[in-house]
Design a protein around this ligand. Sequence first.
Ligand code: FAD
Length: 474
Amino acid sequence: METADKIATDYDVIVIGGGPAGISASWELRDRTILVLEKTHRLGGRLYSISRGDYWLNLGGHLFPAAGSHMRNILHSIGLDIIRIPGNKFAIHWAGKVYAPKAVSALPFTLPMTLRERITLAKVGMRTMKAVKGWQEAMQPVYGENNQRRRARVARYLGHLSFRDFLGRLPNRLDALFQSASRRAAAEMEDQHAGVGVSLFGAVWAGKGDSMALNLNGGSGRLGEVMMDLLGDRVQYQATVRSVRKTGTGVTVSYEVGGVERTVTAAQVIVAVPAYQAAEIVQDVPEDVRAVLKSVQYGPFPTMGIITDEAGPMPYDDIYAITTPDLSFDMFFNHANPLRTGGPRKPGGSLMVYSGGTPARELLKRTDEEIRDIYLADVLKMYPQLKGHIKETIVQRWIPGNTYRPANFNFEPMLVYCERADVDIHFAGDYFAEIGNMEIATGSAHEAAKRARARLMERDKTGMRRDSKPRQVA
Ligand SMILES: Cc1cc2nc3c(=O)[nH]c(=O)nc-3n(C[C@H](O)[C@H](O)[C@H](O)COP(=O)(O)OP(=O)(O)OC[C@H]3O[C@@H](n4cnc5c(N)ncnc54)[C@H](O)[C@@H]3O)c2cc1C
């Protein structure tokens, strides 16, 4: 490392991490003197897509929340549009064929299976549906409860047992089906609590209206791209934060950029990186909070985006998502589906596949080329029509992929810390719920930004404001 550049620069707020949480906090505090420190060359974190003509190559998160959510409010304020996904979201690849019934309740009667499998599927299906109802009830706001406490209450729903304990042991093919579906949490059903598994099913089955059935027009990467323009030189890219320390009346942040160590100070810091990374960089935090950050679980996701160049219709045109229990990936997505809403079908398309849990860990031991070949062989097995029409593939390694709660996870010390009015280091991220998603990330960041703003207003009122002229960071 070169000589350290130790000139302190004051900001009202430093935001660490430029994923959905960091974007949400920065956007909310844009009227203040802010600096965003992001490790990579882009904003967006695990929301990532790359434009390709009429389509986009999707590599990360893609399902957007309903109207009224924090994420939707941000998108609205920057002029980005949501599009509906008309296609089937619970199709299943079963015994070499794709089944896409109109209702999820039709699955036990649609899939070819033995009588024992059929009865078991109907039974566990009903048990899961009942639990989904309970989860939906738990989601209802309770008067007088703040968002953070509501989320924590929902996160505890069926949190005392694993999803495996909840489902029990199923006949082999059914077990593989539920395991594949559970891996959307990036974990095996043994490792996630029952509420995590149930919420995964709830999000897909309950997706009436526009809930969980939406994409961002142009791809999820558009959020980061537009924010890069709007936040401009308030963001320092390729900046890896090494430490966050409370010093005097402010917080000192040390980061490395281009092999040079820099140190900056701010009145408030919002740490919007995955929990275990936050535990590594933040020095001054109560030990029980650090212990929570360290114990948050993440699983990896290898994903592969695929651009195809077929001339005409494909059998999956009316399908968005297929669970694929007997293949090398767990899910298959047709990202062109939201664009097939009438008029002549455009040639080509965009697909994505990914794996979670144990198979993901095994695959990630291989090279990108090996993963591509393994995935492509199975994509062609599903749809031989694609032979000769694979135009481009990109393999993406997500470590971390998603966060999930194991049974009996205790997040309470973090909640207590977030309720304190005397701290200048705040935390945000998707790990504030039982399973990670962009709405939890942006919602927790909205609350962190509110707390930081309250502290700034307190400081401004007491006349402690230091004149801050931030130096150009780029
Ligand atoms: C394949 C995949 C599919 C998904 N599907 C969906 C979906 O359909 N719907 C949904 O809602 N969610 C989905 N998710 C989850 C969603 O993407 C995440 O919940 C969300 O991105 C979390 O936002 P975040 O800001 O908390 O973390 P991140 O997105 O991980 O952002 C953290 C940022 O911090 C930066 N950073 C890390 N360490 C440092 C450091 N030391 N210094 C500076 N910067 C640092 C990282 O580079 C990153 O940009 C999916 C995720 C994946 C991987």
